[in-house]
Design a protein around this ligand. Structure first.
Ligand SMILES: [Mn+2]
Length: 419
């Protein structure tokens, strides 16, 4: 018997940074979360699954109009026609308080309660699903604590939207520990909320399938759902199915050894063709980052918009790809040894070296960052939208890293000023 476990569909969520440049496959990108949802339903039918579980954030927030709900009901209807039941819970994005419009769900669908843990039993399958959805967006209580222990002898699944014991880049909602989940005696925990796939535990299985469709540049790689094979009340296998429609890639080019903008363009072209030759014929959404101290720096910065358009043109020529953003983060090649000969920079460099090698002195600065660490939430991100490990901010190790970069930064700024 097979069971499909998905989470975080975020149907009709906009994909990050959708820039409508000439030739961009805008409609395809806009429809990505819907196509991935159709892929999910098709996979349930093709794999002949007996049950579909959806662990929250089916929707990204309140529907703009009824078309989002009608689309979801249409997909649920395809599962009803195939006699496949569905059990779902609400997450933070589609908490009861967030969704003002509602449609009646088809009879094959059970949306579990938002006020208490609810159990749905499938006698024919000998399966019990226990879950609780979100009444409000920010659920800070440990919902799992209240789940009943398994005593039915049925194959028992826990369905929950949770940040578990904390995941970088994800708000802490319905926090709980692996120990509490294990203590319930369930066979499988079908979790949602964390967008990166993770098999947290295998005894019993505790799984985040990740989101169904990547929505922004940091959500790179294959996305989809988990399919479990159960035989005689035991899990034989848990596999990841790739169901995304558009896949995010990061094309990083180190321009340190590249002498001209043309060289950089051909390096990008090579990367584009290897990305788009991946099997599956998915549309590739690509963030391009050009970095390094490069001899081509001045040439690139003379006309950054021209360079960006040229990169987009490469994507159009490659086909099946869309450039979300081109970030040029190059710098002028610096001769630090020579810069140190300058009187002012020489003194500064010496001061930095002294501080860098004085662990006691660095430790003096650490307490200054305690408040900052507290104020920055767990879902803080860099300007590049990457998660920040807040616990690291202002540690002696982090300060030393900052110092390493600081002299270079000063010399680069001065060079920029003089150019
Ligand atoms: Mn969520």
């Amino acid at each position: 018997m097979k069971i499909l476990h998905a989470a975080d569909l975020h149907v009709d969520s906009p994909l990050g940074g959708l820039t409508a440049y000439e030739g961009a496959p805008v409609d395809e990108i806009r429809g990505a979360t819907r196509r991935a949802t159709e892929n999910l339903v098709q996979a349930a039918i093709d794999h002949d699954v007996r049950l579909v579980l959806v662990a929250g954030d089916i929707f990204d927030g309140d529907w703009r109009d009824y078309s989002t709900g009608l689309f979801w009901n249409e997909q649920l209807g395809r599962l009803r026609d195939a006699e496949i039941p569905v059990v779902s819970v609400a997450g933070n994005h589609d908490a009861a308080s967030e969704i003002s419009r509602n449609l009646h769900l088809p009879p094959n669908v059970t949306q579990l309660s938002e006020s208490r843990p609810e159990t749905k039993v499938f006698d024919d399958l000998e399966i019990a699903v226990v879950g609780q959805g979100y009444a409000q967006r920010a659920v800070t209580a440990d919902l799992a604590q209240g789940f009943p222990e398994s005593d039915s002898g049925l194959f028992t699944i826990g369905l929950l939207h949770t940040s578990l014991d904390g995941r970088v880049g994800h708000s802490s909602y319905a926090p709980c520990s692996v120990e509490v989940l294990r203590s319930k005696g369930y066979d499988y925990w079908a979790l949602g909320h964390v967008h990166r796939r993770e098999e947290v535990h295998t005894d019993p299985w505790i799984v985040f399938p990740g989101n169904l469709q990547g929505r922004k540049s940091i959500e790179t790689g294959a996305k989809g759902a988990s399919i479990l094979t159960v035989a005689s009340g035991e899990i034989v296998e848990v596999q990841h199915l790739e169901l995304d429609d558009v896949r995010w890639h990061r094309c990083e080019v180190d321009a340190g050894d590249l002498a001209s903008a043309d060289d950089i363009r051909s390096a990008i072209a090579d990367r584009f063709s290897s990305i788009t030759s991946e099997p599956g014929r998915r549309l590739a959404a690509i963030r391009v980052v050009v970095s390094g101290a490069s001899p081509a720096h001045d040439e690139l910065w003379k006309d950054p918009h021209g360079f960006e358009a040229d990169v987009r043109s490469l994507a159009i020529q490659t086909g099946r790809s869309w450039v979300e953003k081109v970030k040029v983060e190059t710098s002028r090649p610096l001769d630090l040894a020579k810069a140190r000969e300058d009187d002012v920079i020489g003194v500064l460099a010496q001061r930095i070296d002294d501080l860098r090698s004085d662990a006691e002195m660095l430790a003096v600065y650490e307490p200054l960052f305690v408040d900052i660490r507290k104020k920055i939430g767990a879902d803080a991100r860099t300007g590049d939208d990457a998660p920040i490990s807040t616990g690291q901010i202002g540690t002696a190790e982090h300060l030393a890293e900052c110092l390493d970069a600081s002299l270079e930064m000063v010399v680069a700024l001065l060079a920029e000023e003089r150019a």
